[in-house]
Ligand binder design. Structure first.
Ligand code: SF4
Ligand code: SF4
Length: 274
C-alpha cells in the first residue's frame, strides 16, 4: 500500500506540542474557499510551475526522455531556477515511518513528534493506520483533520493518536456547503465523538473575515463545544499566491473592513494564535 504525500515539514512549531515533523497528505474532500494548501487538494500527483517567476525561456517545454516528466508534458529537471516540479510523492508506510523515526532523538529532546496533516489524512485512512502502527508507541503522534470522514475511519485513527486537532469552521450547514463544498453534519457528529473519546484534543477555527469570524458563527461554535479547548487562527492572506502554480484560481474576495477582532469572552477555553 502506498500513501501520497505532498510535503514533509521539519521543525514545525504550529502543528501540536513541541518541535514536530508534519506530514502533509495529498487529497482533500473539502474545497474551502480560503484553503491555503491548494497543492494538497487533488488526490493525485500534479505539476507545480511557478509562473510568476518564469522567464519564458522555453527550456522545460522541449521534449525530454525522463519517465517522470511524461505525465506532465514539461521537463521537471531542466529549469535553471527550479520553478517546475511534481507535487506528490508515494511512500510505503514502512519507508515513511523509517524516515520519520530517524528524527526521534530530536523529538525526544524537543518534546515533539509527528503530525499527520494535509489535505485530509483521513482520506487515506488505511495508510494512516499502517503508518501510525509502524511509528510505534514511543513517538508522539498528532492528527490534524477537517473531521470529514466516515465514523469508522475517524474512530479507528484517532485512537491510534496521542492528540487530535480538528477544525470547526462554520456551524450553519448551508454556509458550510456553499463555502467548503460539503455538509457539516458528519463533521459535527465526529466532533461529538471526539469530545467523548478520551483522546486529548483541540478544536480550531480559521478566522475568515466576514465568513467564519462573525459573532453569530463564533457564538454558535462556542455553544457547541462548551468548555472544550479551541484555538482561533488569524486569516492567512498569503494563500492566493500558490493557486496559479497548480493551475487553480483563488476566487474568494476578502473585505478587510469585515475583519473582526474575535470576542474571546464568547468561549470558555479559547486562545488566539498570534
Ligand atoms: S525552464 Fe524555468 S524559466 Fe524556462 S520556461 Fe520553464 S519554468 Fe520558465
Ligand atoms: S479542509 Fe483544509 S486542506 Fe481541505 S480544503 Fe479545507 S482548508 Fe484546504
Amino acid at each position: 500500500m502506498n500513501g501520497l504525500i505532498f510535503d514533509i515539514k521539519e521543525f514545525s512549531i504550529r502543528d501540536g506540542e513541541g518541535i514536530r515533523t508534519t506530514v502533509f497528505f495529498k487529497g482533500c474532500p473539502l474545497r474551502c474557499a480560503w484553503c491555503h494548501n491548494p497543492e494538497g487538494l487533488s488526490p493525485t500527483p500534479e505539476l507545480w510551475a511557478d509562473s510568476a517567476r518564469c522567464r519564458e525561456c522555453g527550456l522545460c517545454r522541449k521534449p525530454c526522455e525522463h519517465e517522470d516528466c511524461k505525465p506532465f508534458g514539461r521537463c521537471l529537471h531542466i529549469c535553471p531556477q527550479n520553478l517546475v516540479r511534481q507535487v506528490g510523492k508515494y511512500y510505503t508506510p514502512h519507508e515513511l515511518a523509517a524516515r520519520l523515526r530517524r528524527q526521534k532523538p530530536m523529538f525526544d529532546a524537543m518534546g515533539g513528534g509527528v503530525t499527520l496533516s494535509g489535505g485530509e489524512p483521513l482520506l487515506q485512512a488505511d495508510f494512516c493506520a499502517e503508518l501510525l502502527g509502524e511509528l510505534g508507541g514511543d513517538i508522539h503522534k498528532t492528527l490534524e483533520t477537517s473531521g470529514y470522514a466516515s465514523p469508522r475511519d475517524f474512530a479507528r485513527i484517532i485512537h491510534l493518536c496521542d492528540f487530535v486537532i480538528m477544525d470547526i469552521k462554520l456551524m450553519d450547514d448551508d454556509a458550510h456547503r456553499r463555502l467548503t463544498g460539503v455538509s457539516n453534519e458528519q463533521i459535527l457528529s465526529n466532533a461529538r465523538y471526539l469530545i467523548e473519546s478520551g483522546v486529548e484534543h483541540l478544536f480550531r477555527t480559521p478566522l475568515i473575515p466576514g465568513i467564519t469570524d462573525t459573532q453569530e458563527n463564533l457564538q454558535a461554535i462556542a455553544a457547541f463545544i462548551g468548555s472544550e479547548p479551541i484555538e482561533l487562527l488569524p486569516y492567512n492572506d498569503l494563500a492566493p499566491a500558490k493557486y496559479a502554480a497548480v493551475g487553480r484560481t483563488y476566487s474568494l474576495e476578502i473585505d478587510p473592513l469585515k475583519k473582526e477582532t474575535p470576542d474571546l469572552s464568547l468561549f470558555q477555553n479559547a486562545t488566539l494564535r498570534k
